[in-house]
Write a protein that binds this ligand. Sequence first.
Ligand code: HEC
Length: 238
Amino acid sequence: MSYIAGMSRKAIVVLFFGLLFLSSCKHETFLMDPSEGGNPLPVIHECHPDSIYFQNQILPLFQSSCGIVGCHDAITAEEDIMLNSYENIMASGELIPFDLSDGDIYENITDTDPDNIMPPPPNAPLTPEQIQMIATWILQGAQNNSCDGCDYPLVSFSGTVLPLIQNKCEGCHSGADPASNTTLSTHEDVIFLVNNDYLIEVISWQTGYEPMPYNGNKLPQCEIDMIQQWIDDGAPNN
Ligand code: HEC
């Protein structure tokens, strides 16, 4: 941890009290993005329904659909582009805040030509909702923002669980060659994991299970709680 060694004593004291302050918040907060080697934290706000938040919504989608092994992860870095952290996404130069007409990332995810569209086949393309979410985030300035809390008053499969899985899992678990031979696109797919005691186990990083999202950040506790609540309700297809 050379960045700690390089810090002044004062900075360490400030960091210590800063972390103490953060850990006193009632919800889980995004302490550090491990892929960024411990950069300072983004400021944490209450979730606002009209805003799109990078840490909560955009990063998990990039991590599961773009920054994956064989594509734009740190090792493969296809075309020298890494899409696995805020710094790397912005450093690609392919995403311009407030501007959808410039920057290849937005162009590629909306391309209709199968030779150019990202993610490329056999991966599933992003859904219109996911593309809209990225567009809104870019138009709101493509900030490294995050918010505290889960803004879902009613838990349902179609309104809560499926969108979460689409953003955080489906990028790897879909298409012609899904990770671990596991597709996660329908109620039936998800129920299969629930019935085999796999879903909560992998997302809460229980020992003996592969922690999911693979190489990604752990889901905030409130999202795990919502999925648990849906399971406790009988995992309905509602
Ligand atoms: C970046 C790609 C990626 C993402 C995102 C991802 N997975 Fe996976 N998943 C994998 C890979 C790769 C494996 C196989 C891991 C292994 O066996 O080493 C896997 C394995 C699994 C398994 C089987 C685990 C086992 O022990 O056999 C389950 C269940 C699973 N994932 C669920 C999920 C869920 C739920 C999410 C979303 C919260 C998710 N995955 C997100 C890539 C991903």
